[in-house]
Design a protein around this ligand. Structure first.
Ligand code: ADP
Length: 282
């Protein structure tokens, strides 16, 4: 469904954001990408919808290679959910959700705001399905709480029945309670529709609660790929320890990481602690 074949990314300034990453994410999977800030999570997600072109390797969505020439074909199949919600704050909830249908509309209709009746019905259904009420339809997005705004973001992402949803740190701006609610909602929407989700997070506890599979990145390399129950605190510590901080014997698994099969957890022994790791892993 979503395939990263030996993708690497070196930005123009020489920063290597991803080394050689290969992943196959099957249809319907809720895959969480974990990692500290700068690990390469956003770069990976942005490759899937062509916002970033890999320096090496290839990405395929539904068997179609992501490239400049295929973007018009691929983009309508992909829903995006953003950390800062990316809503038009002065527009209504209804207008924001309808905006999710724009990539599939002719330009003249989009400019005139002429949404077909079926599209309007779908927007209403989705707004209801994310737990918002009729009175919210005409409310400006700016008048909603963060959790409610992200519900609008989820409804918008599902407007075109995407086969893939990319969620880039969707709960980073929310409190713990709203984070749980929003992820539960995202998971339910995806499950009901068989949608594949690639979701980046930095909270280990949320990843363990919601993921079907966790892929952990550290310094641009996959250091764990497996089921959430295998992602134990010692692995969490390793993921959140920068390679440059790992010394002596503890640094050895980093070399093993490159050679280990993607399906096997890489880290098996406790690693030096990095500030904040214990709270994140608990
Ligand atoms: P994450 O999402 O895990 O925080 P990113 O993918 O945003 O990680 O970044 C990975 C690395 O690539 C970081 O070192 C970051 O500074 C760098 N990076 C991201 N975008 C760019 C860019 N446009 N130009 C140069 N370096 C970048």
């Amino acid at each position: 469904m979503l395939r990263f074949d030996s993708v690497g990314m070196r930005y123009a300034d020489g920063t290597v954001a991803l080394k050689t990453v290969s992943l196959h994410i099957p249809a319907g999977q809720f895959c969480v990408v974990l990692g500290a800030s700068g690990a390469g999570k956003s770069t990976l997600l942005r490759m899937a919808n062509g916002l970033v072109s890999p320096s090496s390797g290839a990405v395929h969505v539904d068997g179609v290679r992501v490239a400049a020439s295929s973007l018009t074909q691929i983009r309508p199949r992909i829903g995006m959910i953003h950390q800062q919600f990316n809503l038009v704050l002065r527009s209504t909830v209804a207008a924001n959700v309808l905006g999710g249908a724009l990539p599939a509309m002719p330009m003249w209709r989009a400019l005139a705001g002429l949404f077909p009746a079926a599209t309007r019905r779908r927007a209403c259904e989705l707004i209801a399905s994310v737990g918002l009420q009729e009175q919210h339809l005409r409310r400006r997005a700016s008048e909603l709480s963060g959790g409610q705004q992200q519900r609008v973001g989820i409804a918008r992402a599902f407007m075109l029945e995407p086969s893939l949803v990319l969620a880039d740190e969707p709960v980073a701006s929310l409190d713990p309670h709203a984070s749980q609610e929003v992820l539960a909602l995202l998971k339910r929407q995806a499950l009901e529709r068989g949608t594949t989700v690639l979701c980046s997070l930095h909270q280990v506890d949320l990843a363990r609660s919601f993921a079907d599979r966790i892929v952990a990145l550290r310094d641009g390399a996959v250091v764990f790929d497996g089921p959430p129950e295998d992602f134990d605190p010692s692995i969490a510590r390793a993921v959140y320890t920068k390679a440059t901080e790992a010394t002596g014997a503890a640094a050895k698994p980093a070399a093993d990481a490159a050679a280990a099969p993607a399906s096997a957890p890489v880290w098996t022994s406790p690693m030096p602690l990095h500030a904040g790791v214990l709270e994140m892993a608990s």
